[in-house]
Design a protein around this ligand. Structure first.
Ligand code: ZN
Length: 135
């Protein structure tokens, strides 16, 4: 139960002076792909240390890079490796990065593993604003 583990680790106070991305996980099955994406995001820039965690639509708090590593590294291959590389067809869950089109949005970017083109996500900070898929 990765999600319970993450909920238990989340802190309630936001980091000072750091813009945090949002990590959105809709269900336990999607957790691994979402976490892989989160680690890749954090790994790309050393100044990124914390993520805002949203599980099943509820904001649960903030997680540090070290919390993610201890949750993920035992379960997945090396962070950043795509477990789905080379598979034909789109996998059900993959690492997805969304961004809000509004400049300076506090919730952007949003890291997740589920995306429905028929019913695109909207920005939590800007209700009604559809998030754009980053590739
Ligand atoms: Zn926004």
């Amino acid at each position: 139960m990765i999600l319970d583990e993450l909920r238990a680790k989340a802190r309630s106070e936001p980091p000072k002076g750091e813009h945090v991305a949002s990590l959105v996980i809709d269900d336990d099955d999607a957790a691994e792909a979402a976490l892989e994406g989160a680690l890749a995001y954090l790994g790309a820039d050393r100044s990124r240390r914390t993520l805002r965690l949203v599980i099943e639509g509820a904001e649960v708090g903030y997680l540090d890079r070290s919390d993610l590593y201890t949750s993920v590294t035992l379960r997945t291959k090396s962070p950043g490796d795509s477990a789905h590389a080379g598979l034909p067809g789109p996998p059900r869950y993959r690492t997805i990065r969304l961004r809000c089109p509004i400049e300076g949005c506090p919730d952007s970017p949003i890291l997740t593993a589920t995306y429905d083109e028929e019913n695109p996500r909207t920005c939590p900070a800007h209700p009604g604003t559809v998030l754009e898929l980053e590739t």
